[in-house]
Design a binder for this molecule. Structure first.
Ligand SMILES: CC(C)(COP(=O)(O)OP(=O)(O)OC[C@H]1O[C@@H](n2cnc3c(N)ncnc32)[C@H](O)[C@@H]1OP(=O)(O)O)[C@@H](O)C(=O)NCCC(=O)NCCS
Length: 142
């Protein structure tokens, strides 16, 4: 099903300010990042979307890290807790996927690592588990 963005919210086609990016990650329960990491995220993404409330407060975001050719990674999907369940992440994800459809050559591969809160959203948009054919892996360097 497709959840509609609740009235009063505005979807924007760019990155949020750095302070909002860092705060949204922290408040939504994602790992905290430094300003240096945040600047690189804002400047180095292939696409970014965020949503503001009627006061102009940034309440949700999501982005794509990609090569523009075929490989696209969805990241930083986050909505402030008090604004969750109002279609904000759905609108952001749909906008990001539509941007890939409109801008990338045929046959794009879209991937993400799904934390439990996002699984239902991603499945509703057609994402499937890579297992058992493959295993998601990660490496944290110090
Ligand atoms: C995952 C997340 C981004 C969803 O944001 P959201 O704006 O609330 O999402 P939406 O309102 O568009 O709802 C999308 C789906 O999320 C789920 N959802 C949203 N709010 C929920 C809530 N309070 N409780 C349970 N499920 C919820 C629903 O399953 C919904 O699907 P539905 O439309 O079939 O009901 C948000 O929960 C979040 O920021 N979580 C913490 C950070 C995180 O884990 N991010 C994902 C990283 S992979």
């Amino acid at each position: 099903m497709t959840r509609t963005l609740a009235a009063g919210y505005t979807l924007r086609g760019d990155a949020p300010p750095l302070t909002d990016y860092l705060e949204l990650r922290r408040v939504s329960g994602l790992s905290e990042k430094t300003p240096e990491q945040g600047v690189a995220a804002l400047e180095g993404s292939w696409a970014f979307r965020h949503v503001v409330d009627p006061n102009g407060t940034v309440v949700g975001m999501g982005r794509i890290i990609g090569d523009g050719g075929w490989y696209f990674l969805i990241a930083d999907m986050a909505t402030l807790p008090e604004h969750q369940g109002r279609g904000i992440a759905s609108a952001i994800l749909d906008a990001l996927l539509n941007h890939i459809r409109a801008s990338a050559p045929a046959g794009p591969y879209v991937t993400l690592t799904a934390d439990p809160p996002g699984r239902r959203l991603y499945e509703s948009r057609g994402f499937t588990d890579v297992a058992p054919a493959a295993t998601g892996m990660h490496l944290r360097l110090s």
